[in-house]
Design a protein around this ligand. Sequence first.
Ligand code: C2E
Ligand code: MG
Ligand code: MG
Length: 755
Amino acid sequence: MARLWQAYAVAFFALIAVYFLLPDGLVADIGYLVIGLSCVVAILAGVAIHRPTSPTPWYLMAAGQAAWVVGDAFYTVEQHSSDPVTFPALSDVPYLASYPLAAVGVLLLIRAQHRPRDLAGLVDSLIVAAGIGLLSWAFIAHPILEHSALTGLDSIVALAYPAGDILILALLLRLMTGQSSWTPSFRLLVAAVLSILAADTGFVSALGESSYTPWLGFLWLASYVLWGTAALHPDMMNLAVPSLRTPTAFSGRRMIVLSAVMMLPVVLFLAHEALGLHVHMGTLVIGAAVLSWLVMARMACAIREIRLTTRQRDELHEDLFRRATQDEVTSLVNRPSFVRFIGSALERGVRDEEKSALIVIEVSGTGEVAQRHGHFYRDAVLSEIARRLEGAVERDDCVACIGPHQFGILIDRLGPETDLARSAQHLLAACRTAVSINGQPTSLSAYAGVAVSADGSTDPEVLLRDATLAAASARPSGHGGVEFFDASLRDELTQRNEIEAGLREALRTGQLEVYYQPILAVGAVVLNGYEALVRWNRPGHGLVPPDSFIPIAEKSDLICELDRWVLRQATGQLAAWTRADPLRCVALTVSVNVSGRNLATGSIVDDVIEALRVTGLEPAQLTLEITETVLVDVPRATAQMSALRRLGVSISIDDFGTGYTSIGQLGQLPADAIKVDRSLVSSDKEGARELLTLIVQAGHASGLLVVAEGIERPDQLATVTDLRYDSAQGYLLGRPQPASDENRPGLLLTDAQSR
Ligand code: C2E
Ligand code: MG
Ligand code: MG
């Protein structure tokens, strides 16, 4: 099947040869018609076999060929009739009807290419068609009109043949401009049309002189077979498929063809002048005019293309530039460009002996906005803050977005009156003003770090890093959220980074240990339980107390990991003690400290459930200590505390008296106990005892147990006993100790009771 087109071509060219061997007569005539009909059948078979996406053009071509065969039949009858052959004859009707059919067929192929408007390609085809038209007119049509006896309708009919061929050829060339290569099927079609054009031209020029020659017959028959072969070739499906190549490109081949056509009038003129070839001058002038006009049109197309390409390139360039220099979310200057701006400002500063300053603002809370409302609103909030910052700075100051929630403000040329702290506060106020999300006002926190260029040798990246470090430490500094960078801050931050890295390592390699400090019931001096306190056996540093690393761990989620680890150890330890000595230990509790960040992230409830499940400790044996300040700093804290209490776990408010809880609020706290801070218990100030009295009474009135922390002296123990505190904890009653075998609850208890 794949080679059907070859079989058809070979068989029917052989038949053409046989036809010429046959003597004139009925058999030869039938052979002629069979070859013509074979073309129609081949086109229909090609459509059936290859199933092109748009078969209509091929059906129209088949109809055109069928009309031509009908014309052949009429012509044969006319030749054999006894009446003299006239021109035009009846056979000219189907012959001429075949042109529009084939032309519409090719036109539909062109349309099926679905290419975007390719005006330049169209003009190119018109130029070539005009060239062929000029040649045909100069050498065929004009001489015929000049010399033959044809007049009026006769001449129109005679010229309609080559004109129809040129039309189809032009359409084929137009089809070609949309394709990347001359496919075999396309070549065969062009050969078929050229063959028919040659035959028609020969026939028309012979009109009125001699008659039909075998050569003309061969060309017409060959045209049939070529057309049929084109339809049978598997490539016929690709004729209407557009190429991905830019069709209007000035390819080398196209330039050669177009230049050759453009030179035609000149060549014809020279042939006329130098070689004496007869060429009608009027034809030349009109041909040259038409070609010039077409070239103008082609130039217009080319200019339009250049303009379009230039515009596209400019747009692309602009887009790339914007992407390279602007932050996508806020449309502010992005980090790399900002660094360049800082660099230029520093250089100018050296020249003009002026300093520049950098303010980095860190906005916190955007992550929560994204979690609650989605990324769209997070971006909208950041854009709003960006606009506010732009509105809050001086005209010359540059505002940039340098991180997911970080902004940079470059204050060029610091004057003597510039108050950077005030400027930073002003910017922070702009960030902290509530933003409306879905009609709900939402406030974000913001902190600022300020760094001033020492001299022009400061590296822009270093200045930016310094201001960023200052912003990072502005949060806990308590200076209204503004921190100025100095060298000590850098050392402190380096040290912090070291500790953080060391702590991660400590968690991994088991350098942490839990110490247990007894909590005793006041009065009876009975052991109530222990507070679990973490220690770090840091290589080269000895036993590091938590105050030097917990605040650093609290800056990241590292604290959650650490608390989770202590929770596991402490619950596991008390569960083990209880299993070993249930009688003594079942009523004991272990108090574990929980950082505010743990309550903010919300993982604490799951952590507690998991720890109880794994260790088998009763929920009633676990107390979680939450620092009083967390109640204000973490909005979700009370909800988490309630959830924990529902598990059966107790909650104790640690360091009570250092935060902002008013005594009146005690009743609403989702807690079971308060631990009065050591600073109050050990205070010798006037009114200290009254304050301790007030707290214990208020606690009891709110149904809370009251624990005294930091009991170091017997008089302090006597005071809290007098005041009816429930429990007490302090060095006097027992220091924090590791949970080795010697320190089993019984021994610790004996130790405490003996004091
Ligand atoms: P805290 O929870 O208030 O723990 C009581 C602190 O006071 C402990 O210090 C304890 O050793 C100390 N202390 C107890 N009795 C006395 C006394 O009579 N005199 C004096 N001067 N101090 C006494 P430590 O172990 O250094 O812990 C300090 C803070 O570190 C704790 O205060 C707690 O807030 C935190 N912390 C300890 N372990 C953890 C933990 O595992 N997770 C979290 N998030 N924080 C912990
Ligand atoms: Mg505590
Ligand atoms: Mg405490």
